[in-house]
Ligand binder design. Structure first.
Ligand SMILES: Nc1ncnc2c1ncn2[C@@H]1O[C@H](COP(=O)(O)OP(=O)(O)O)[C@@H](O)[C@H]1O
Ligand SMILES: [Mg+2]
Length: 267
């Protein structure tokens, strides 16, 4: 049995903090001594450019070291892994060709399970403690692939009225995927970009606490300009400015996710 836990970050709402959460939680896990692989599943390449400059990202897109090549050719994902500057933290970059992934998947046999198959050799080696997958803001065949390849889903939600809108769709989609991947579980909802001064924020928390079938993580992430400064420097905030409040909050959230998302505990 593989010791690797695979966690998808998904929410069909754009700007909900998926990429920022995936990037920072992965780096916080690596800084805590875990072996972590990130997979950038979005054609916008935001996770890739959270770690590399655009020139390097383009090079990976052109040399086949990216998720699109692996899926299109249905090959072992190991060939597409590149190291980051942080010990124990690797990534499979994305490519703008991901814009046609739905079309490419359409003609494949057992098309919901292509990523799962490409990931199997990586899982079987058992080198990584965690694999974190960043999703695009859609609910289609590719996100279905991401979920079918995962043990858990983390749903980042922006603490705003529109942030809450659409969560029901997300759960409906999750329930559909569960018919294909019965062991898949929602690990929890992570609130991002919280502003405690706003009355609306408390209401958001109450609404999310009452969401059936999903844990609301105790640790939430407040609005912090350090997140954007870090992204501007192609670094996750947990490494760029360790003392910033978002870095501290993301480190605690990573601990909470590791506590609940332990695959060995689950099997
Ligand atoms: N805690 C935070 N404080 C301030 N800005 C944030 C925070 N988290 C995310 N952002 C910003 O919000 C935007 C959307 O976040 P992102 O992680 O890209 O969301 P998604 O991947 O869901 O589209 C980005 O510009 C990011 O810099
Ligand atoms: Mg994103």
């Amino acid at each position: 049995m593989s010791k690797t836990t695979v966690i998808a970050f998904a929410n069909n709402k754009g700007g909900s903090g998926k990429t920022t959460s995936c990037s920072n939680i992965a780096c916080a896990m690596a800084l805590a001594g875990k072996k972590v692989l990130m997979i950038d599943g979005d054609m916008q390449l935001n996770l890739t450019i959270s770690y590399f400059d655009e020139e390097t990202a383009l090079e990976y897109a052109q040399t086949g070291k990216n998720i699109y090549t692996a899926i299109k050719e249905e090959k072992d994902l190991s060939a597409c892994i590149v190291p980051t500057e942080y010990e124990g933290l690797d990534i499979v970059p994305s490519s703008s060709l991901m814009s046609s992934i739905e079309f490419d998947l359409f003609t494949k046999w057992q098309r919901e399970f292509i990523l799962k198959k490409c990931l199997e050799p990586v899982r079987a080696r058992g080198y990584y403690d965690y694999i974190l997958i960043d999703s695009p803001p859609t609910l289609g065949g590719w996100v279905m692939n991401i979920m079918c390849a995962s043990d858990y889903v983390v749903i980042p939600v922006e603490a705003s009225p529109w942030g809450l809108f659409g969560i029901a769709n997300m759960f409906e989609f999750f329930n559909q995927v569960k018919t294909l991947a019965p062991k898949l579980e929602v690990l929890g909802i992570a609130v991002t970009k919280a502003d405690e001064r706003k009355k609306y924020f408390k209401q958001t928390l109450e609404t999310l606490k009452a969401t059936d079938g999903a844990r609301l993580f105790d640790n939430y992430i407040r609005v912090d300009s350090a997140v954007e400064w870090a992204q501007d420097n192609s670094k996750p905030v947990v490494a760029y400015k360790k003392t910033s409040r978002s870095a501290v909050e993301y480190t605690k959230l990573a601990e909470e996710i590791m506590y609940y998302g332990n695959r060995q505990k689950r099997n």
